[in-house]
Design a protein around this ligand. Sequence first.
Ligand code: ARG
Length: 237
Amino acid sequence: MRKFFVFACLFLLIGCSSSKDQLVMVTEAGFAPYEYYENDEIVGVDIEIAKEIANYMGKKLVVKDVYFDSIINELNSGKADMALAGMSITEERLEEVDFSYEYIKSRQVVIVRDGSNINDIKDIYNKKVAVQLGSVADQYFSDKYPNTSLVRQKKYLSMVEDLKANKVDLIVMDELPAKEIVSANNGLKIIDGYVFEDSYGIAVKKGNSELLKAINVVLERLISEGKIDEYVLRFTR
Ligand code: ARG
């Protein structure tokens, strides 16, 4: 019994110390230039930022790829420490997690097929619209335009296939990832204008102020040194 107790303690100690050396980032890695796969490795703007945070804290960065709509649950169940996923700061999300300073400004834009008759943002509301499940685009249409025929997908790749195959009329998504998609796929374009503006933050479990403080120190430095713009350029095709 005594022996068992000693072993149990040792096990706990080892378990804890190893996780204390790690900083687990959760993301959805189908979102170039922020996070995407390059030869089996996840790279991008958010990864560079996360590396800086891990360095600052003296920890080893672990990157976890999940579906976008499970990111908040990963944080709140303690399976990950922070989310960097081009994640927009919204009032709804602020009820569930805490956000860092904003580090990127973005806009929600519209991708259509070349030759589409949709030329104006006001034309998008009675069409078949593809969005990522759980994204701000999903929320926007679900809340404000519940009559829009929405197709919610877990991966942008599936939306692009649906758009090419005429299964949807348009995709609403973040500007830089949209540009990446258009430059990687023939026959698609972004229409003029945007649906709404948003800005990205790093999310942590509510009340994790120690980690949030460290994140904000690093973000402040990276922003003032122009590093984030540099990363964006580096990972943009
Ligand atoms: N900015 C949008 C949002 O917060 C989309 C983010 C999608 N990010 C991703 N890694 N798939 O809802």
